[in-house]
Design a protein around this ligand. Structure first.
Ligand SMILES: Cc1cc2nc3c(=O)[nH]c(=O)nc-3n(C[C@H](O)[C@H](O)[C@H](O)COP(=O)(O)O)c2cc1C
Length: 313
């Protein structure tokens, strides 16, 4: 009996654990069998290749990591030609135990998002899309799409209208907003199937000896255990105020961390920065969760959203 089974909207998962976009690549296949994961999420791709920001672009802070990679990626065409076949070969190799592939993409304008979507819609082997709305919106003078509920609504609606397949549309939310619920509801109204949250929190670290920021660009996105309470709170709030399934992330490094997110209302969890500390953490979390549920004779589904029920008693 599989106590770990879960589901986003359409994507069925044999277990609730995946990897957070940008913290994982096909090279992990050298370390473990990727079909052990519930889903695999790729690094965000864009229409054209991007070189990313100048280094240094990673800096470790107490319990956290600052990054400003700048969406470095080879662009959608190279992704389709070179990466997608590798992912498909590995994930579909064992037909009894396939793992769905979710492709993360972004754009600077709505047109760009749609162009990437339309290109991906032409190829097979994709179960869903995770749409990274944290990228600067050139139509809105550099403000990210993800901070503007009207922009998130329009973008989601247009993506949905251009979706010709039955693939899942996941909108990934940024926590760098006044009210994440308002943005989540805009994505829901726009017609997305599920939500992913949270992306990194904007942060900065400065060398006290020189006054120079440690990140070349000055600031970056904070991830890792330092952001976990913010992520749990955001997942809780969003799960209480939308009907959408949630793929949760933000500081998860252990199975106990993952449980917190399920109690808060997450249907599945992703490990990001935790992969850098222990590349096998996803597997360990899957195994320990299975043992925990077995010892309690519980199914994952019975604990999802439990904290909300306890609070409302
Ligand atoms: C080095 C690095 C690169 C990332 N690249 C992406 C990316 O390409 N697209 C994206 O949506 N999120 C990206 N993220 C954000 C993660 O997917 C995740 O939302 C965030 O790090 C919080 O989870 P964590 O604390 O487990 O890392 C990146 C994070 C890190 C640390």
């Amino acid at each position: 009996m599989n106590r770990l089974k879960t589901q986003l909207a359409k994507i069925k998962m044999k277990n609730p654990v995946t990897v957070a976009s940008g913290t994982f690549g096909i090279e992990f296949a050298e370390l473990f069998d990727l079909t052990c994961l519930g889903v695999v999420v790729t690094k965000t791709i864009t229409l054209e290749p991007k070189a990313g920001n100048h280094p240094p672009r990673l800096y470790e802070t107490p319990s956290g990591l600052l990054n400003s990679i700048g969406l470095q990626n080879p662009g959608v065409e190279i992704f389709i030609k070179e990466s997608l076949p590798d992912y498909r070969k590995i994930l579909e190799d064992n037909p009894d135990n396939p793992t769905p592939l979710v492709v993360s993409f972004s754009g600077a304008t709505i047109r760009e998002f749609i162009n990437v979507l339309q290109r991906l819609e032409e190829v097979s082997g994709i179960a869903g899309y995770e749409v990274n709305v944290s990228c600067p919106n050139v139509e809105k003078e550099g403000l990210s799409f993800g901070v503007d509920s009207e922009a998130v609504y329009r973008l989601t609606k247009e993506l949905k209208e251009n979706l010709k397949t039955d693939r899942e549309l996941i909108i990934k939310l940024t926590p760098n907003v006044t009210d994440i619920v308002e943005i989540a509801q805009a994505a829901e109204e726009g017609g997305c199937d599920s939500l992913a949250l949270i992306n990194t929190l904007i942060g900065m670290a400065i060398d006290w000896q020189t006054g120079n920021p440690f990140i070349k660009r000055g600031f970056g996105g904070l991830s890792g255990p330092a952001i976990k309470p913010v992520a749990v709170y955001n997942v809780f709030k969003v799960s209480q105020n939308t009907q959408l399934p949630i793929l949760a992330m933000g500081g998860i490094a252990t199975w106990q961390d993952a449980l917190e997110f399920f109690y808060a209302g997450a249907n599945a969890v992703a490990i990001g920065t935790g992969n850098f500390i222990n590349p096998l953490s996803t597997l360990e979390i899957i195994d320990r969760l299975a043992e925990f549920l077995e010892s309690k004779q519980l199914d994952l589904q019975s604990i999802i959203g439990k904290t909300g029920k306890l609070l409302n008693q």
